[in-house]
Design a protein around this ligand. Structure first.
Ligand SMILES: Cc1cc2nc3c(=O)[nH]c(=O)nc-3n(C[C@H](O)[C@H](O)[C@H](O)COP(=O)(O)O)c2cc1C
Length: 409
């Protein structure tokens, strides 16, 4: 989504500077090119070499470097970007920006730019709440500087409160919204996306579950939100962060997942990407089942879980206009998925091979087939984010609102 966009990332001297490395990766995997300016203090926390390796570009630090000035003057550096991002933004650099200082390359570039500037502050909670910092932030906001964070949380200095730099993923999502906001073909549409596994209790400490990581479902939720849909993500227990810019509801069991899917009321789009357990314990124990010496292992009686996909697909005035299911199979993938689409009554099925050899569960890539009433499309192996964008694009097309790129295909 950031293909062709140029970001100038200014890394100042805070503990959170290590997160700038992650930010470079998140921006580059979205297609942006990233060039870094590192302050003198910043270089105490991350090396120019790390930033250079990750950006595949030189890192600029010295205002009076003859080589840098002849190759890329400091004014050109500030203008030769679509967006300037300061991450981490220290109390010091915020003060210098507010005062209009130009006492090093970072400050000079920030003063000379005519491009939008996004800052991600990171500092000790007392520095952040200090009246001087608060006044500087207010001044900068009035001048049109964009802010993201800081977040609340535990800090490296053993204190708790606002001051943690926003996560790289959050910053990248905001950059995306700032630089690629034009196409919102799903604006006004409401969507529910399920993601991750479910956990079915056997007793208060044991459960039945599966290997779903939630990466594909979460990516689909983000992709629909990026196209303007109002998205509720219903997530089973996963180890990945809630995506920014949408509502995430956390559930454990299939029963809870179904209730959360019905909660938003009338929706236009349902994408059931969660790996819902087919069965649950018929009578979960209320106390931990004890192991008794010499006794045979207890047997586990199972009962079917509610069928979320079939429930959402049921015809009626409340049915979403488009219901998309997922079929995770280890054999006869397409045939089973075609059959599943008919049995469940959904509109489309995204079929993916989850045999261990494919590395789909927990992996970054996915090979899927999109099955609809009109046929089967075989998609190439793609990053899960790209599968998500492609699916969201198809959904926009279904509603007669093609993304420009898709319309031109
Ligand atoms: C270990 C250590 C951690 C620091 N962490 C921060 C921080 O998180 N945020 C901040 O505003 N300043 C922090 N500072 C202070 C800045 O490094 C200092 O104000 C410096 O002058 C910032 O320069 P710059 O804004 O030009 O990068 C830290 C200093 C040290 C020694």
């Amino acid at each position: 989504m950031l293909k062709g966009k140029r970001i100038l990332l200014i890394v100042a001297g805070g503990i959170a500077a290590f997160k700038a490395l992650e930010l470079v990766r998140r921006l580059r995997e979205r297609g942006a090119s990233v060039r870094c300016v590192l302050t003198e203090a910043g270089a105490r926390f991350v090396t120019p070499l790390s930033l250079q390796a990750l950006t595949e570009d030189r890192v600029y630090s010295d205002m009076f470097s003859l080589t840098d000035e002849s190759e890329m003057g400091h004014i050109q550096l500030s203008r030769d970007a679509d967006l300037l991002v300061v991450a981490p933004a220290t109390a010091n650099i915020l003060a210098r920006m507010a005062a209009g200082l130009a006492d090093d390359l970072a400050a000079t570039v920030l003063l000379a730019t005519d491009k939008p500037v996004l800052v991600a502050p990171a500092m000790n909670v007392r520095m952040w709440t200090h009246a001087a910092t608060a006044a500087n932030v207010e001044t900068l906001k009035k001048r049109g500087i964009y802010f993201i964070g800081p977040n609340d949380g535990a800090m490296a200095c053993n204190e708790f409160g606002p001051g943690r730099m926003s996560e790289a993923e959050e910053i990248a999502a905001v950059v995306e919204r700032m630089l690629a906001p034009a196409e919102q073909p799903l604006a006004g549409k409401r969507a529910v996306v399920t993601s991750g596994p479910t956990r079915e209790a056997i007793d208060p400490v044991r459960y039945i579950s599966n290997h779903s990581s939630g990466k594909q479902g979460h990516a689909i939720a983000s992709a629909l939100a990026a196209l303007g849909a109002e998205v509720t993500l219903v997530s089973g227990p996963v180890a990945i962060a809630d995506p920014p810019g949408l509502t995430t509801v956390h559930v454990d069991s299939a029963d809870q997942m179904l209730a959360a899917c019905l909660e938003p009321g009338r929706i236009d789009i349902a994408v059931c990407a969660a790996a819902v357990a087919d069965w649950k314990a018929a009578k979960p124990a209320t106390a931990k089942i004890k192991k008794k010496a010499g006794a045979a292992p207890p047997s586990l009686e199972l009962t079917p879980n509610p069928d979320i996909l079939a429930t959402l697909s049921k015809a009626g005035p409340e049915r979403p206009a488009l219901v998309v299911g997922f079929a995770a199979e280890t054999e006869n993938l397409v045939a089973n998925a075609i059959d599943k689409r008919k049995r469940k009554g959904c509109d489309w099925i995204v079929a993916n091979d989850v045999s261990p050899a494919t590395g789909t569960f927990g992996g970054e890539r996915n090979t899927v087939h999109l099955i609809s009433a009109t046929g089967v499309e075989d998609w190439p192996t793609l990053a899960k984010g790209d599968v998500a964008m492609r699916l969201a694009g198809r959904i926009a097309l279904h509603f007669g609102r093609p993304k420009r790129a898709e319309a031109a295909e």
